[in-house]
Ligand binder design. Structure first.
Ligand code: SF4
Length: 430
């Protein structure tokens, strides 16, 4: 069972792919996190690829919990968001102030201060362009949509997905629904209607992704099914299927498809379709359906990134401050933490020279691998380590210099980023 509240770490990513039906990414996205397999899995990324290839609009969505400080491990999600924004995504970011109030007792006012100063200012300094950042407590769309979505699931399903029990807190019941509403509301009619939406997450968030994808599917009237190499469409949840069959036939015919209806089975068979056209046909029908079904959503896509190891080995945890580098750390603090980090090095310099180190288990190597976009540089560090040319002391100093430069740059840009805040925060919805 993987769930967002477990404290366990999961390093057997191949097993996760096998057991949870997560797909591997293909090589369409030329970004260092894909190239280095830091993004090890995905769901529905073909929708995003289709949108980009066909010049269509798409969204990128993430959230932040306003508590504590942002650290290097959180940075990876924002790196991806900035990458997808560079490809044309409309970016939405939810500040989970309802959750921080419920779980940590943080007032909305304090959550706002933390979100702006500790997170959003850093996002802007890292290169995030103007986008739509909102506070859950102020967003009527997400609250009303959460109410609608809660009608599409039940306790048995939540127990099966999350391992909830009868004594689980209602927060754990509500939280996945609110997160689904955060993601899906970006496709509401007044925000441009149904669009592919990418959500970069750690694998512990997969249960949320599965649930929101299922909920999106359940609210659709048109259900697209591959059928013996072709595509068939089924009409769900309406007492007037003829109307929706006729609307879809008219739309698909205008796009060159030959359709044959079966009113008894509430179905349309597309004679000249191919299975590979599933996304194209789904997008055509989602746009049509969006005109008469206010809650038409394309199943959100997700990328799953590997979890960065803590500097002390194991998980990065704010309860062990030396396990992570906060983006508020001074270069001196960051350097001290890196100098004390565990490594994949040998016991002695002689052994290291003779046998080489093991970068594959080294958190210091991860600082290079996760936070430098220069492939050649990272490969060189790797080769030098396994070849016994690189010693851990010097390697740590070099990593510390790189991270210190990054932190210094963020600190220098902070005031300017804070001044730009109005270009990012959206006003309370009425
Ligand atoms: S040389 Fe660097 S990468 Fe290799 S084990 Fe030591 S610290 Fe890690």
């Amino acid at each position: 069972m993987i769930n967002p509240w477990s404290s366990s770490q999961y390093f057997d990513y191949e097993k996760l792919i096998r057991e949870f039906g997560i797909d591997k990414p293909n090589d369409y996205f030329d970004y260092f996190m894909f190239r280095r397999k830091l993004i090890f899995g995905q769901r529905g990324l073909d929708y995003l690829e289709y949108a980009i290839k066909n010049g269509m609009e798409f969204n990128a969505m993430t959230g932040l919990m306003p508590s504590g400080h942002m650290h290097l491990g959180n940075k990876l999600t924002i790196d991806q968001i900035i990458y997808f924004q560079s490809l044309g995504a409309e970016v939405y970011i939810a500040v989970a102030d309802l959750e921080s109030y419920a779980t940590r007792g943080i007032s909305f006012e304090r959550a706002r201060e933390i979100a702006i100063n500790e997170y959003i200012a850093n996002y802007i300094s890292m290169g995030l362009k103007p986008c739509k950042i909102y506070f859950q407590s102020e967003n009527f769309d997400t609250q009303s949509l959460a109410f609608i979505l809660s009608n599409g699931t039940n306790m048995n399903e939540l127990k099966a997905i999350y391992g909830l029990t009868d004594s689980s807190s209602m927060l754990h019941v509500n939280s996945p629904i609110i997160q689904a509403a955060d993601v899906l509301h970006t496709q509401m009619r007044h925000l441009g209607g149904p669009k592919p939406t990418i959500v970069p997450v750690g694998v512990d968030q997969d249960p949320h992704i599965r649930l929101m994808r299922d909920l999106a599917k359940r609210l659709r009237i048109y259900s697209i099914k591959p059928d013996h190499g072709k595509i068939s469409i089924f009409i769900k949840g309406t007492d007037n299927p003829e109307r929706y069959i006729n609307e879809a036939m008219e739309e698909l015919s205008s796009k060159g498809y030959e359709c044959s209806p079966n009113y008894e089975y509430r179905a349309i068979y597309i004679k000249n379709s191919k299975e590979e056209e599933r996304i194209k046909i789904d997008m055509i029908l989602a746009r049509l359906e969006g005109k008469f079904n206010e809650y038409t959503f394309i199943e959100p896509s997700a990328t799953f990134q590997k979890l960065e190891t803590g500097l002390r080995g194991g998980k990065m945890s704010s309860s062990v401050p030396d396990s992570l580098i906060s983006l508020n750390d001074s270069p001196a603090d960051a350097t001290r933490k890196i100098k004390h980090a565990v490594t994949g090095g040998r016991q002695t310099v002689e052994e290291q020279k003779k046998l080489g180190g093991n970068p594959d288990i080294c958190p210091v190597f991860e600082l290079y691998k996760y936070h430098s976009s220069d492939d050649k540089y990272v490969s060189r560090v790797y080769e030098e380590c396994i070849g016994g040319v690189r010693m851990c002391g010097a390697c740590k100093s070099e990593a510390a210099q790189n991270i210190s430069k990054f932190l210094k740059n963020l600190a220098e840009k902070k005031d300017e980023s804070l001044r730009k805040m109005d270009d990012y925060l959206i006003k309370r919805s009425s």
